[in-house]
Design a protein around this ligand. Sequence first.
Ligand code: HEM
Ligand SMILES: N[C@@H](CC(=O)c1ccccc1NC=O)C(=O)O
Length: 284
Amino acid sequence: MTVEKNTRKLDKGIVRDLSSRMSYGAYLQLPTLLSAQRPVSTPEHHDEMLFIIQHQTTELWLKLVLHELRSAAEHLRADRLGTALKGIARVKHIQKTLTEQWSVLATLTPTEYSQFRGFLGNSSGFQSSQYRAVEFVLGNKNRKMLPVFESDPEAHALLQEVLEAPSIYDEFLAYLHRQGFDVPASVLNRDVTRAHEFVPELVPVFKHIYENASDNWGAYEACEELVDLEDNFQLWRFRHLRTVQRTIGMKGGTGGSSGAAFLQKALELTFFPELFAVRTEIGQ
Ligand code: HEM
Ligand SMILES: N[C@@H](CC(=O)c1ccccc1NC=O)C(=O)O
Protein backbone atom coordinates (compact mmCIF):
# COMPACT_ATOMS: atom_id res chain seq x y z
CA MET A 1 0.00 0.00 0.00
CA THR A 2 1.40 3.38 -0.99
CA VAL A 3 1.01 6.63 0.89
CA GLU A 4 -1.55 8.88 -0.84
CA LYS A 5 -1.33 12.69 -0.89
CA ASN A 6 1.90 12.31 1.01
CA THR A 7 -0.22 11.78 4.11
CA ARG A 8 0.14 8.66 6.19
CA LYS A 9 -3.01 6.89 7.39
CA LEU A 10 -2.99 6.30 11.12
CA ASP A 11 -3.35 2.67 12.17
CA LYS A 12 -6.71 1.84 13.78
CA GLY A 13 -4.97 0.62 16.91
CA ILE A 14 -3.22 3.91 17.67
CA VAL A 15 -4.11 4.97 21.20
CA ARG A 16 -5.76 8.37 21.11
CA ASP A 17 -7.36 8.78 24.50
CA LEU A 18 -4.51 9.22 26.93
CA SER A 19 -6.55 10.92 29.63
CA SER A 20 -6.30 7.91 31.94
CA ARG A 21 -3.18 6.28 30.53
CA MET A 22 0.54 6.83 30.86
CA SER A 23 1.51 9.25 28.09
CA TYR A 24 4.81 10.26 26.50
CA GLY A 25 4.90 13.70 28.10
CA ALA A 26 3.85 12.46 31.53
CA TYR A 27 6.36 9.60 31.57
CA LEU A 28 9.22 11.90 30.60
CA GLN A 29 8.03 14.78 32.78
CA LEU A 30 8.25 17.04 29.78
CA PRO A 31 6.30 19.91 31.35
CA THR A 32 9.07 20.10 33.98
CA LEU A 33 11.93 19.52 31.55
CA LEU A 34 10.71 21.96 28.92
CA SER A 35 9.84 24.71 31.36
CA ALA A 36 13.42 24.79 32.65
CA GLN A 37 14.85 26.98 29.86
CA ARG A 38 14.63 30.47 31.35
CA PRO A 39 16.89 33.05 29.73
CA VAL A 40 17.98 35.74 32.19
CA SER A 41 18.98 38.44 29.68
CA THR A 42 16.76 41.49 29.31
CA PRO A 43 15.78 42.11 26.64
CA GLU A 44 15.99 38.40 25.96
CA HIS A 45 18.94 37.59 23.73
CA HIS A 46 18.09 35.12 20.96
CA ASP A 47 21.25 33.02 21.50
CA GLU A 48 20.86 32.50 25.23
CA MET A 49 18.49 29.60 24.47
CA LEU A 50 21.34 27.80 22.68
CA PHE A 51 23.64 28.46 25.63
CA ILE A 52 21.14 27.07 28.14
CA ILE A 53 20.22 23.98 26.13
CA GLN A 54 23.86 23.15 25.40
CA HIS A 55 24.52 23.12 29.14
CA GLN A 56 21.35 21.29 30.08
CA THR A 57 21.89 18.49 27.56
CA THR A 58 25.46 18.16 28.83
CA GLU A 59 24.19 17.87 32.42
CA LEU A 60 21.62 15.23 31.40
CA TRP A 61 24.29 13.12 29.73
CA LEU A 62 26.63 13.68 32.70
CA LYS A 63 23.88 12.29 34.92
CA LEU A 64 23.93 9.07 32.90
CA VAL A 65 27.75 9.00 32.76
CA LEU A 66 27.85 9.20 36.55
CA HIS A 67 25.14 6.55 36.91
CA GLU A 68 27.03 4.16 34.62
CA LEU A 69 30.50 4.81 36.05
CA ARG A 70 29.38 4.38 39.65
CA SER A 71 27.64 1.16 38.74
CA ALA A 72 30.69 -0.03 36.75
CA ALA A 73 32.83 0.54 39.87
CA GLU A 74 30.35 -1.58 41.89
CA HIS A 75 30.51 -4.36 39.28
CA LEU A 76 34.32 -4.36 39.43
CA ARG A 77 34.12 -4.58 43.20
CA ALA A 78 32.02 -7.73 42.79
CA ASP A 79 34.38 -9.19 40.13
CA ARG A 80 31.79 -8.74 37.35
CA LEU A 81 34.29 -7.45 34.80
CA GLY A 82 32.13 -8.05 31.70
CA THR A 83 29.19 -6.12 33.15
CA ALA A 84 31.50 -3.26 34.14
CA LEU A 85 32.94 -3.11 30.62
CA LYS A 86 29.47 -2.93 29.10
CA GLY A 87 28.72 0.20 31.16
CA ILE A 88 32.05 1.76 30.19
CA ALA A 89 31.32 1.12 26.50
CA ARG A 90 28.10 3.12 26.88
CA VAL A 91 29.93 5.96 28.60
CA LYS A 92 32.41 6.14 25.72
CA HIS A 93 29.57 6.76 23.26
CA ILE A 94 28.12 9.49 25.48
CA GLN A 95 31.54 11.14 25.68
CA LYS A 96 31.77 11.18 21.88
CA THR A 97 28.33 12.79 21.66
CA LEU A 98 29.33 15.41 24.24
CA THR A 99 32.57 16.22 22.42
CA GLU A 100 30.80 16.47 19.06
CA GLN A 101 28.15 18.70 20.64
CA TRP A 102 30.72 21.50 21.03
CA SER A 103 30.25 22.21 17.32
CA VAL A 104 26.73 23.46 18.07
CA LEU A 105 27.97 25.99 20.63
CA ALA A 106 30.81 27.01 18.32
CA THR A 107 28.14 28.73 16.18
CA LEU A 108 27.87 31.30 19.00
CA THR A 109 30.06 34.23 17.97
CA PRO A 110 32.07 36.34 20.45
CA THR A 111 29.82 39.31 19.71
CA GLU A 112 26.64 37.34 20.41
CA TYR A 113 28.02 35.88 23.64
CA SER A 114 29.29 39.27 24.85
CA GLN A 115 25.74 40.58 24.53
CA PHE A 116 24.38 38.34 27.28
CA ARG A 117 27.53 37.21 29.17
CA GLY A 118 27.10 40.00 31.72
CA PHE A 119 23.77 38.51 32.82
CA LEU A 120 25.47 35.25 33.87
CA GLY A 121 27.02 36.92 36.93
CA ASN A 122 29.42 34.58 38.70
CA SER A 123 27.80 31.39 37.46
CA SER A 124 30.24 29.09 35.71
CA GLY A 125 30.66 25.50 34.59
CA PHE A 126 33.28 25.33 37.34
CA GLN A 127 30.28 24.92 39.64
CA SER A 128 29.01 21.78 37.85
CA SER A 129 28.74 19.18 40.61
CA GLN A 130 28.14 16.34 38.16
CA TYR A 131 31.25 17.19 36.14
CA ARG A 132 33.30 17.24 39.35
CA ALA A 133 31.72 13.97 40.49
CA VAL A 134 32.74 12.32 37.20
CA GLU A 135 36.32 13.51 37.70
CA PHE A 136 36.22 12.08 41.23
CA VAL A 137 34.77 8.71 40.14
CA LEU A 138 37.58 8.46 37.60
CA GLY A 139 40.10 9.08 40.39
CA ASN A 140 41.06 12.75 40.04
CA LYS A 141 39.89 13.71 43.54
CA ASN A 142 40.32 17.21 44.93
CA ARG A 143 38.78 18.02 48.30
CA LYS A 144 39.40 21.73 47.70
CA MET A 145 36.58 21.69 45.14
CA LEU A 146 33.97 21.02 47.83
CA PRO A 147 33.50 24.49 49.41
CA VAL A 148 32.13 25.76 46.07
CA PHE A 149 29.13 23.49 46.66
CA GLU A 150 28.39 24.44 50.27
CA SER A 151 25.37 26.51 49.24
CA ASP A 152 23.90 23.41 47.53
CA PRO A 153 23.59 20.65 50.18
CA GLU A 154 22.49 17.96 47.71
CA ALA A 155 25.44 18.58 45.38
CA HIS A 156 27.79 18.80 48.34
CA ALA A 157 26.56 15.46 49.71
CA LEU A 158 26.99 13.78 46.33
CA LEU A 159 30.54 15.04 45.99
CA GLN A 160 31.42 14.09 49.55
CA GLU A 161 30.11 10.58 48.91
CA VAL A 162 32.04 10.19 45.65
CA LEU A 163 35.17 11.72 47.21
CA GLU A 164 35.13 9.13 49.98
CA ALA A 165 34.39 6.12 47.76
CA PRO A 166 37.09 4.22 45.86
CA SER A 167 37.35 5.38 42.23
CA ILE A 168 36.77 3.10 39.27
CA TYR A 169 40.58 2.85 38.98
CA ASP A 170 40.91 1.91 42.67
CA GLU A 171 38.33 -0.82 42.07
CA PHE A 172 40.07 -2.03 38.92
CA LEU A 173 43.45 -2.26 40.66
CA ALA A 174 41.86 -4.13 43.59
CA TYR A 175 40.25 -6.47 41.05
CA LEU A 176 43.65 -7.10 39.42
CA HIS A 177 45.07 -7.90 42.86
CA ARG A 178 42.30 -10.46 43.46
CA GLN A 179 43.10 -11.95 40.06
CA GLY A 180 46.66 -12.55 41.24
CA PHE A 181 48.47 -9.55 39.73
CA ASP A 182 51.24 -7.93 41.73
CA VAL A 183 49.52 -4.69 42.77
CA PRO A 184 51.50 -2.97 45.57
CA ALA A 185 49.88 -2.83 49.01
CA SER A 186 50.42 0.95 49.05
CA VAL A 187 47.98 1.16 46.13
CA LEU A 188 45.40 -1.13 47.72
CA ASN A 189 45.50 0.77 51.03
CA ARG A 190 45.78 4.27 49.65
CA ASP A 191 43.79 7.23 50.95
CA VAL A 192 41.03 7.18 48.33
CA THR A 193 40.02 10.78 49.05
CA ARG A 194 43.22 11.98 47.32
CA ALA A 195 43.98 12.19 43.62
CA HIS A 196 45.61 9.05 42.27
CA GLU A 197 49.28 9.78 41.55
CA PHE A 198 51.68 7.88 39.32
CA VAL A 199 52.85 4.58 40.87
CA PRO A 200 55.92 3.26 38.95
CA GLU A 201 55.42 -0.29 40.30
CA LEU A 202 52.15 -0.56 38.39
CA VAL A 203 53.85 -0.18 35.01
CA PRO A 204 55.38 -3.71 34.99
CA VAL A 205 51.98 -5.10 36.02
CA PHE A 206 50.41 -3.54 32.94
CA LYS A 207 53.42 -4.47 30.79
CA HIS A 208 52.81 -8.10 31.69
CA ILE A 209 49.12 -7.81 30.83
CA TYR A 210 49.85 -6.10 27.47
CA GLU A 211 52.57 -8.57 26.52
CA ASN A 212 50.41 -11.55 27.43
CA ALA A 213 47.09 -10.18 26.27
CA SER A 214 45.71 -13.50 25.05
CA ASP A 215 46.19 -15.03 28.51
CA ASN A 216 44.73 -11.99 30.26
CA TRP A 217 42.06 -10.93 27.83
CA GLY A 218 39.60 -9.43 30.33
CA ALA A 219 42.22 -7.35 32.12
CA TYR A 220 43.74 -6.26 28.80
CA GLU A 221 40.39 -5.19 27.39
CA ALA A 222 39.59 -3.29 30.59
CA CYS A 223 42.93 -1.42 30.38
CA GLU A 224 42.18 -0.34 26.82
CA GLU A 225 38.65 0.74 27.78
CA LEU A 226 40.08 2.94 30.55
CA VAL A 227 42.56 4.46 28.10
CA ASP A 228 39.62 5.29 25.81
CA LEU A 229 37.74 6.88 28.74
CA GLU A 230 40.68 9.14 29.60
CA ASP A 231 41.31 9.99 25.95
CA ASN A 232 37.68 10.93 25.43
CA PHE A 233 37.63 13.00 28.60
CA GLN A 234 40.68 14.95 27.45
CA LEU A 235 39.16 15.52 24.01
CA TRP A 236 36.09 17.07 25.69
CA ARG A 237 38.36 19.30 27.80
CA PHE A 238 40.30 20.33 24.70
CA ARG A 239 37.16 21.27 22.75
CA HIS A 240 35.93 23.23 25.78
CA LEU A 241 39.24 25.12 25.87
CA ARG A 242 39.12 25.85 22.12
CA THR A 243 35.50 27.02 22.39
CA VAL A 244 36.46 29.30 25.26
CA GLN A 245 39.41 30.69 23.28
CA ARG A 246 37.26 31.49 20.26
CA THR A 247 34.45 33.00 22.33
CA ILE A 248 36.13 34.99 25.13
CA GLY A 249 39.82 34.92 24.16
CA MET A 250 41.98 35.58 27.21
CA LYS A 251 39.27 37.17 29.36
CA GLY A 252 39.02 35.94 32.94
CA GLY A 253 36.18 33.52 33.71
CA THR A 254 32.85 34.37 35.33
CA GLY A 255 33.76 31.82 38.02
CA GLY A 256 36.80 33.93 38.98
CA SER A 257 39.60 31.96 37.33
CA SER A 258 42.10 33.25 34.78
CA GLY A 259 39.97 31.60 32.07
CA ALA A 260 41.70 29.78 29.19
CA ALA A 261 45.01 29.52 31.10
CA PHE A 262 43.21 27.75 33.97
CA LEU A 263 41.48 25.34 31.59
CA GLN A 264 44.78 24.65 29.81
CA LYS A 265 46.19 23.30 33.09
CA ALA A 266 43.37 20.74 33.27
CA LEU A 267 44.88 19.11 30.18
CA GLU A 268 47.82 18.06 32.37
CA LEU A 269 45.58 16.18 34.80
CA THR A 270 45.50 12.43 34.34
CA PHE A 271 43.32 9.58 35.58
CA PHE A 272 45.27 6.44 34.69
CA PRO A 273 48.90 7.58 34.23
CA GLU A 274 50.38 4.07 34.36
CA LEU A 275 48.21 2.94 31.45
CA PHE A 276 49.85 5.64 29.34
CA ALA A 277 53.34 5.09 30.79
CA VAL A 278 53.21 1.43 29.81
CA ARG A 279 53.11 2.45 26.15
CA THR A 280 56.74 3.58 26.39
CA GLU A 281 57.74 0.14 27.65
CA ILE A 282 55.93 -1.97 25.06
CA GLY A 283 58.36 -3.99 22.96
CA GLN A 284 61.35 -2.97 25.08
C1 HEM B 1 30.81 29.98 25.40
C2 HEM B 1 30.88 28.90 26.10
C3 HEM B 1 31.74 28.71 27.32
C4 HEM B 1 32.67 29.53 27.85
C5 HEM B 1 33.14 30.89 27.37
C6 HEM B 1 33.18 28.87 29.02
C7 HEM B 1 34.15 29.37 29.85
C8 HEM B 1 34.67 28.76 30.95
C9 HEM B 1 35.70 29.30 31.80
C10 HEM B 1 36.40 30.62 31.58
C11 HEM B 1 35.93 28.41 32.79
C12 HEM B 1 36.90 28.55 33.95
C13 HEM B 1 36.18 28.79 35.24
C14 HEM B 1 35.71 30.22 35.37
O1 HEM B 1 36.50 31.06 35.87
O2 HEM B 1 34.57 30.51 34.98
C15 HEM B 1 35.03 27.29 32.57
C16 HEM B 1 34.96 26.17 33.35
C17 HEM B 1 34.15 25.12 33.11
N1 HEM B 1 33.17 25.04 32.15
FE1 HEM B 1 32.86 26.33 30.67
N2 HEM B 1 32.56 27.66 29.17
C18 HEM B 1 31.66 27.53 28.15
C19 HEM B 1 30.81 26.48 27.94
C20 HEM B 1 30.69 25.39 28.76
C21 HEM B 1 29.78 24.31 28.56
C22 HEM B 1 28.78 24.16 27.41
C23 HEM B 1 29.95 23.43 29.56
C24 HEM B 1 29.19 22.18 29.76
C25 HEM B 1 28.62 21.88 30.90
C26 HEM B 1 31.00 23.96 30.40
C27 HEM B 1 31.50 23.36 31.52
C28 HEM B 1 32.57 23.82 32.26
C29 HEM B 1 33.18 23.08 33.33
C30 HEM B 1 32.81 21.67 33.78
C31 HEM B 1 34.18 23.88 33.84
C32 HEM B 1 35.18 23.51 34.94
C33 HEM B 1 36.45 22.98 34.25
C34 HEM B 1 37.59 22.65 35.16
O3 HEM B 1 37.46 22.77 36.38
O4 HEM B 1 38.62 22.24 34.62
N3 HEM B 1 31.43 25.14 29.87
N4 HEM B 1 34.28 27.53 31.44
N1 LIG C 1 32.61 30.75 32.59
C1 LIG C 1 31.99 31.34 31.41
C2 LIG C 1 30.51 31.41 31.60
C3 LIG C 1 29.98 30.12 31.24
O1 LIG C 1 30.39 29.54 30.28
C4 LIG C 1 28.90 29.54 32.01
C5 LIG C 1 28.05 30.36 32.73
C6 LIG C 1 26.98 29.80 33.42
C7 LIG C 1 26.79 28.44 33.39
C8 LIG C 1 27.67 27.64 32.67
C9 LIG C 1 28.73 28.19 31.98
N2 LIG C 1 29.54 27.36 31.27
C10 LIG C 1 30.83 27.07 31.44
O2 LIG C 1 31.60 27.60 32.18
C11 LIG C 1 32.59 32.70 31.10
O3 LIG C 1 33.52 33.11 31.77
O4 LIG C 1 32.12 33.31 30.15
